[in-house]
Design a protein around this ligand. Sequence first.
Ligand code: F6R
Length: 261
Amino acid sequence: MEVVVVPTPEDAAPIVADAYSKLLAAKPKAVLGLATGSTPLGVYAELIRRHKEEGLSFAGCSSYNLDEYVGLPAGHPEGYLTFIKREFTDQVDFDPDDVHGPDGLADDLMKAASDYDQAIKDAGGIDIQILGIGGDGHLAFNMPMSSLSSRTRLKTLTSKTRSDNARFFDGDVEAVPKMCLTQGLGTIMEARHAIMLGFGKNKAQAVAECVEGALSSRWPASILQLHPHATVVVDEDAASQLRFTGYYIDTFKGKPDWQGI
Ligand code: F6R
Protein backbone atom coordinates (compact mmCIF):
# COMPACT_ATOMS: atom_id res chain seq x y z
CA MET A 1 0.00 0.00 0.00
CA GLU A 2 1.38 3.37 -1.01
CA VAL A 3 0.46 6.33 1.21
CA VAL A 4 0.64 9.81 -0.30
CA VAL A 5 0.33 12.70 2.16
CA VAL A 6 -0.50 16.08 0.65
CA PRO A 7 -0.99 19.45 2.38
CA THR A 8 -4.62 19.94 1.25
CA PRO A 9 -7.33 18.05 -0.68
CA GLU A 10 -6.68 20.37 -3.66
CA ASP A 11 -3.13 18.98 -3.86
CA ALA A 12 -4.50 15.44 -4.19
CA ALA A 13 -6.56 16.07 -7.33
CA PRO A 14 -3.75 16.38 -9.94
CA ILE A 15 -1.86 13.40 -8.50
CA VAL A 16 -4.92 11.17 -8.77
CA ALA A 17 -6.01 12.64 -12.11
CA ASP A 18 -2.56 11.76 -13.52
CA ALA A 19 -3.34 8.09 -12.88
CA TYR A 20 -6.49 8.44 -15.04
CA SER A 21 -4.65 10.34 -17.79
CA LYS A 22 -2.01 7.59 -17.90
CA LEU A 23 -4.64 4.83 -17.93
CA LEU A 24 -6.72 6.45 -20.68
CA ALA A 25 -3.66 7.04 -22.85
CA ALA A 26 -2.89 3.32 -22.67
CA LYS A 27 -6.49 2.05 -22.63
CA PRO A 28 -9.14 4.42 -24.02
CA LYS A 29 -11.89 1.86 -23.26
CA ALA A 30 -11.05 1.74 -19.58
CA VAL A 31 -13.51 0.60 -16.93
CA LEU A 32 -13.75 3.11 -14.09
CA GLY A 33 -15.08 2.39 -10.62
CA LEU A 34 -16.63 5.58 -9.28
CA ALA A 35 -17.42 6.74 -5.75
CA THR A 36 -19.95 9.34 -4.70
CA GLY A 37 -19.86 11.50 -1.55
CA SER A 38 -17.88 14.70 -1.18
CA THR A 39 -14.34 13.26 -1.09
CA PRO A 40 -13.74 12.54 -4.81
CA LEU A 41 -15.32 15.78 -6.08
CA GLY A 42 -11.95 17.56 -6.44
CA VAL A 43 -10.63 14.69 -8.56
CA TYR A 44 -13.75 14.77 -10.75
CA ALA A 45 -13.37 18.56 -11.12
CA GLU A 46 -9.77 18.10 -12.27
CA LEU A 47 -10.79 15.37 -14.76
CA ILE A 48 -13.53 17.66 -16.11
CA ARG A 49 -10.96 20.45 -16.49
CA ARG A 50 -8.58 18.12 -18.33
CA HIS A 51 -11.44 17.05 -20.60
CA LYS A 52 -12.41 20.64 -21.42
CA GLU A 53 -8.94 22.17 -21.65
CA GLU A 54 -6.68 19.29 -22.63
CA GLY A 55 -8.95 16.91 -24.53
CA LEU A 56 -8.88 14.05 -22.04
CA SER A 57 -11.60 11.77 -23.40
CA PHE A 58 -13.86 9.26 -21.67
CA ALA A 59 -15.82 8.46 -24.85
CA GLY A 60 -14.89 4.78 -24.87
CA CYS A 61 -15.05 4.23 -21.12
CA SER A 62 -17.63 2.56 -18.98
CA SER A 63 -18.18 3.16 -15.27
CA TYR A 64 -19.57 1.30 -12.31
CA ASN A 65 -20.63 3.10 -9.13
CA LEU A 66 -19.74 1.60 -5.80
CA ASP A 67 -23.19 1.70 -4.30
CA GLU A 68 -26.78 2.93 -4.35
CA TYR A 69 -29.45 3.69 -1.79
CA VAL A 70 -32.42 1.33 -1.80
CA GLY A 71 -35.80 2.84 -2.48
CA LEU A 72 -34.98 6.39 -3.56
CA PRO A 73 -37.26 7.32 -6.47
CA ALA A 74 -35.57 7.31 -9.91
CA GLY A 75 -34.01 10.70 -10.59
CA HIS A 76 -33.89 11.69 -6.89
CA PRO A 77 -31.00 14.21 -6.70
CA GLU A 78 -29.23 12.16 -4.01
CA GLY A 79 -29.55 8.85 -5.85
CA TYR A 80 -25.96 7.87 -6.54
CA LEU A 81 -26.42 7.28 -10.27
CA THR A 82 -27.99 10.75 -10.58
CA PHE A 83 -25.20 12.18 -8.43
CA ILE A 84 -22.36 10.73 -10.50
CA LYS A 85 -23.93 11.86 -13.77
CA ARG A 86 -24.44 15.39 -12.43
CA GLU A 87 -21.03 15.74 -10.76
CA PHE A 88 -18.89 13.95 -13.31
CA THR A 89 -19.92 11.85 -16.27
CA ASP A 90 -22.41 14.30 -17.84
CA GLN A 91 -19.72 16.98 -17.71
CA VAL A 92 -17.32 14.96 -19.84
CA ASP A 93 -17.89 12.89 -23.00
CA PHE A 94 -18.97 9.68 -21.24
CA ASP A 95 -21.75 7.85 -23.09
CA PRO A 96 -24.64 7.94 -20.54
CA ASP A 97 -25.52 4.34 -21.45
CA ASP A 98 -22.10 3.28 -20.20
CA VAL A 99 -22.59 4.77 -16.71
CA HIS A 100 -23.81 2.10 -14.31
CA GLY A 101 -24.86 1.69 -10.70
CA PRO A 102 -26.56 -1.01 -8.66
CA ASP A 103 -30.37 -0.98 -9.12
CA GLY A 104 -31.74 0.15 -5.77
CA LEU A 105 -35.30 -0.03 -7.12
CA ALA A 106 -35.15 -3.65 -8.31
CA ASP A 107 -37.97 -5.98 -7.23
CA ASP A 108 -35.38 -8.63 -6.55
CA LEU A 109 -32.54 -6.78 -4.82
CA MET A 110 -30.44 -9.89 -4.23
CA LYS A 111 -30.52 -10.74 -7.93
CA ALA A 112 -29.77 -7.11 -8.84
CA ALA A 113 -26.71 -7.33 -6.59
CA SER A 114 -25.31 -10.51 -8.10
CA ASP A 115 -26.12 -9.27 -11.63
CA TYR A 116 -24.08 -6.16 -10.87
CA ASP A 117 -21.03 -8.17 -9.84
CA GLN A 118 -21.41 -10.18 -13.05
CA ALA A 119 -21.74 -7.02 -15.17
CA ILE A 120 -18.43 -5.74 -13.78
CA LYS A 121 -16.79 -9.06 -14.61
CA ASP A 122 -18.31 -9.07 -18.12
CA ALA A 123 -16.94 -5.57 -18.71
CA GLY A 124 -13.45 -6.95 -18.04
CA GLY A 125 -13.09 -5.74 -14.44
CA ILE A 126 -12.39 -2.30 -13.05
CA ASP A 127 -9.11 -0.59 -13.99
CA ILE A 128 -9.14 2.20 -11.41
CA GLN A 129 -11.49 2.14 -8.42
CA ILE A 130 -11.69 5.44 -6.58
CA LEU A 131 -12.82 5.22 -2.96
CA GLY A 132 -13.58 7.58 -0.09
CA ILE A 133 -13.04 6.29 3.42
CA GLY A 134 -15.89 6.68 5.92
CA GLY A 135 -15.31 8.11 9.40
CA ASP A 136 -15.80 4.61 10.85
CA GLY A 137 -13.52 3.03 8.25
CA HIS A 138 -16.29 1.93 5.89
CA LEU A 139 -15.45 1.42 2.26
CA ALA A 140 -18.30 1.85 -0.20
CA PHE A 141 -21.20 0.93 2.10
CA ASN A 142 -19.34 -1.96 3.70
CA MET A 143 -19.94 -1.01 7.28
CA PRO A 144 -17.78 -2.19 10.19
CA MET A 145 -17.90 -5.98 10.57
CA SER A 146 -18.65 -6.48 6.87
CA SER A 147 -17.18 -9.68 5.50
CA LEU A 148 -13.75 -8.95 4.11
CA SER A 149 -14.55 -11.14 1.10
CA SER A 150 -18.10 -9.90 0.54
CA ARG A 151 -19.68 -9.48 -2.90
CA THR A 152 -22.20 -6.86 -4.05
CA ARG A 153 -25.20 -7.21 -1.77
CA LEU A 154 -27.90 -5.59 0.35
CA LYS A 155 -26.65 -3.81 3.49
CA THR A 156 -28.13 -1.77 6.32
CA LEU A 157 -26.50 1.61 6.88
CA THR A 158 -25.26 2.40 10.38
CA SER A 159 -26.89 5.30 12.22
CA LYS A 160 -23.53 7.13 12.02
CA THR A 161 -23.43 6.89 8.23
CA ARG A 162 -27.06 7.98 8.02
CA SER A 163 -26.37 10.99 10.23
CA ASP A 164 -23.13 11.78 8.30
CA ASN A 165 -25.12 11.71 5.05
CA ALA A 166 -28.07 13.73 6.38
CA ARG A 167 -26.21 16.82 5.11
CA PHE A 168 -27.17 15.74 1.59
CA PHE A 169 -30.85 15.48 2.64
CA ASP A 170 -31.32 18.99 4.10
CA GLY A 171 -30.06 17.73 7.45
CA ASP A 172 -33.01 15.32 7.81
CA VAL A 173 -31.62 11.98 8.99
CA GLU A 174 -35.03 10.33 8.56
CA ALA A 175 -34.88 11.13 4.84
CA VAL A 176 -31.68 9.08 4.46
CA PRO A 177 -32.57 5.56 3.30
CA LYS A 178 -31.83 2.75 5.76
CA MET A 179 -30.60 0.25 3.20
CA CYS A 180 -28.32 0.17 0.20
CA LEU A 181 -26.80 -2.07 -2.42
CA THR A 182 -23.03 -1.94 -2.26
CA GLN A 183 -20.11 -3.53 -3.99
CA GLY A 184 -18.55 -5.94 -1.53
CA LEU A 185 -15.03 -5.73 -0.22
CA GLY A 186 -14.16 -8.79 -2.31
CA THR A 187 -15.58 -7.03 -5.38
CA ILE A 188 -13.55 -3.89 -4.69
CA MET A 189 -10.40 -5.95 -4.18
CA GLU A 190 -10.67 -7.21 -7.77
CA ALA A 191 -10.09 -3.70 -9.19
CA ARG A 192 -6.64 -3.50 -10.74
CA HIS A 193 -5.79 -0.23 -8.96
CA ALA A 194 -7.60 0.95 -5.83
CA ILE A 195 -7.17 4.61 -4.90
CA MET A 196 -8.61 5.56 -1.53
CA LEU A 197 -8.93 9.22 -0.55
CA GLY A 198 -9.38 10.65 2.93
CA PHE A 199 -9.58 14.31 3.87
CA GLY A 200 -10.16 16.09 7.16
CA LYS A 201 -9.66 15.42 10.85
CA ASN A 202 -12.87 13.37 11.04
CA LYS A 203 -11.16 10.71 8.89
CA ALA A 204 -7.88 10.66 10.85
CA GLN A 205 -8.64 7.74 13.16
CA ALA A 206 -10.09 5.62 10.36
CA VAL A 207 -7.09 6.32 8.13
CA ALA A 208 -4.65 5.36 10.90
CA GLU A 209 -6.54 2.18 11.79
CA CYS A 210 -6.96 1.09 8.18
CA VAL A 211 -3.43 1.91 7.00
CA GLU A 212 -1.30 1.08 10.03
CA GLY A 213 -3.63 -0.99 12.22
CA ALA A 214 -4.46 -4.67 12.09
CA LEU A 215 -6.41 -6.19 9.21
CA SER A 216 -9.90 -6.38 10.65
CA SER A 217 -13.53 -6.24 9.62
CA ARG A 218 -13.93 -3.66 12.41
CA TRP A 219 -12.09 -1.31 9.99
CA PRO A 220 -13.30 -2.46 6.56
CA ALA A 221 -10.85 -0.31 4.55
CA SER A 222 -7.98 -2.22 6.19
CA ILE A 223 -8.65 -4.88 3.52
CA LEU A 224 -6.67 -2.67 1.12
CA GLN A 225 -3.51 -3.75 2.97
CA LEU A 226 -3.90 -6.98 0.97
CA HIS A 227 -4.35 -5.25 -2.39
CA PRO A 228 -1.38 -5.55 -4.78
CA HIS A 229 -1.85 -1.99 -6.05
CA ALA A 230 -3.54 0.25 -3.48
CA THR A 231 -2.83 3.95 -3.12
CA VAL A 232 -4.06 5.98 -0.16
CA VAL A 233 -4.07 9.73 -0.71
CA VAL A 234 -4.70 11.82 2.40
CA ASP A 235 -4.38 15.43 3.42
CA GLU A 236 -2.40 16.42 6.51
CA ASP A 237 -5.52 16.49 8.70
CA ALA A 238 -6.52 12.96 7.74
CA ALA A 239 -2.88 11.87 8.15
CA SER A 240 -2.59 13.40 11.61
CA GLN A 241 -2.82 10.06 13.47
CA LEU A 242 -0.44 8.13 11.20
CA ARG A 243 2.95 7.22 12.69
CA PHE A 244 5.07 6.78 9.58
CA THR A 245 4.22 10.04 7.80
CA GLY A 246 7.87 11.04 7.34
CA TYR A 247 8.55 7.77 5.54
CA TYR A 248 5.51 8.18 3.28
CA ILE A 249 6.50 11.74 2.35
CA ASP A 250 10.15 10.84 1.66
CA THR A 251 9.15 7.80 -0.40
CA PHE A 252 6.73 9.75 -2.58
CA LYS A 253 9.24 12.59 -3.11
CA GLY A 254 11.92 10.09 -4.13
CA LYS A 255 9.85 8.36 -6.84
CA PRO A 256 10.91 8.78 -10.45
CA ASP A 257 8.53 11.08 -12.40
CA TRP A 258 7.44 8.35 -14.81
CA GLN A 259 6.21 6.07 -12.05
CA GLY A 260 3.08 7.89 -10.87
CA ILE A 261 0.91 6.34 -8.19
C1 F6R B 1 -19.69 6.65 -1.74
C2 F6R B 1 -19.35 5.66 -0.73
C3 F6R B 1 -18.98 6.02 0.66
C4 F6R B 1 -18.24 7.34 0.81
C5 F6R B 1 -17.88 7.58 2.27
C6 F6R B 1 -17.21 8.93 2.46
O1 F6R B 1 -19.97 6.03 -2.98
O2 F6R B 1 -19.38 4.53 -1.02
O3 F6R B 1 -18.16 5.01 1.19
O4 F6R B 1 -17.08 7.31 0.02
O5 F6R B 1 -19.05 7.53 3.04
O6 F6R B 1 -18.15 9.93 2.19
P1 F6R B 1 -17.69 11.44 2.00
O7 F6R B 1 -16.79 11.44 0.80
O8 F6R B 1 -18.94 12.21 1.73
O9 F6R B 1 -16.98 11.81 3.24
